[in-house]
Design a protein around this ligand. Structure first.
Ligand code: DC
Length: 232
């Protein structure tokens, strides 16, 4: 009998996955893991070290030199790349522009999925990403697939970037970047973004954060009760 619960949240870029995931983790006292941050941190390493993604040997060697760690503070996830906090840097455009290409690489996905599965073996976690319910934890008892209107998503990401230093992009550029990533994420060969058959759709175009949390908690509660019963 499994003694931990994994909640998988997948969906398009900037449709509020991390907001729901963090709120759920906080409410349930689970660990929140942002799998996208891992792909972003790998991308940052590849950029900084000029890794040629056409060469598997270079990719494999680079992956061996990367150590990623999460530090949870106030249910915000902070990620370090080889000991250095990179949580802000990985959100900026240079990484956003390259992350789809890097996250489509088989060797990269293989290593990230292995690390993600390890994180969810014994602990109660909420993990968000693109392939969590399909490839990382296909047996997760609770899966959500999130979606929202593309214009709303672009506006949300634009506002998020505006609040960070170093943002020199327009709303149109953000929209283009999202459209490009949607296309790349859903059409790539290695575990493309797709809804797991048993994932619950959560369209948050017109929902407040509180409404989304209520919706998600409602779906999670039966599994939480089952988990508590199994621990008695
Ligand atoms: O969630 P995000 O926008 O920070 O993710 C950044 C990129 O990483 C996104 O373009 C797709 C990729 N990604 C992925 O391929 N698989 C995941 N589980 C999470 C993210």
């Amino acid at each position: 009998m499994k003694k931990n619960l994994v909640i998988a949240i997948d969906g398009y870029s900037s449709c509020g996955k991390s907001t729901v995931a963090k709120a759920l983790a906080k409410h349930l006292n689970f660990i929140y893991i942002d799998s996208g941050a891992m792909y972003r941190a790998v991308t940052l390493f590849f950029i900084n070290n000029k890794v040629d993604t056409a060469h598997d040997k270079q990719i494999a060697e680079a992956l061996q030199q990367i150590e990623l760690n999460f530090h949870a503070r106030d249910y915000q996830s902070h990620i370090t790349l080889n000991g250095k906090e990179v949580s802000d840097e990985i959100r900026l455009m240079p990484v956003s522009e390259k992350v789809s290409d890097v996250s489509a690489l088989k060797l990269v996905r293989h290593e990230m999925v292995k690390q993600q599965q390890r994180m969810g073996t014994f602990k109660n976690i909420v993990m968000d990403g693109r392939d969590i319910g399909t490839a990382v934890f296909p047996d997760a008892p609770v899966k959500f697939f999130m979606t929202a209107d593309p214009n709303i998503r672009a506006e949300r990401r634009f506002r998020e970037l505006e609040n960070k230093r170093g943002n020199l992009v327009t709303l149109e550029e953000v929209f283009e970047n999202l459209a490009h990533r949607d296309y790349a994420d859903t059409t790539r060969k290695e575990s493309p973004l797709t809804r797991a058959e048993d994932a619950i759709i959560l369209d948050n175009t017109n929902l407040t954060e509180a409404e989304q949390l209520t919706f998600a908690l409602d779906k999670v509660m039966p599994f939480l009760s089952a988990l508590k019963d199994s621990l008695l």
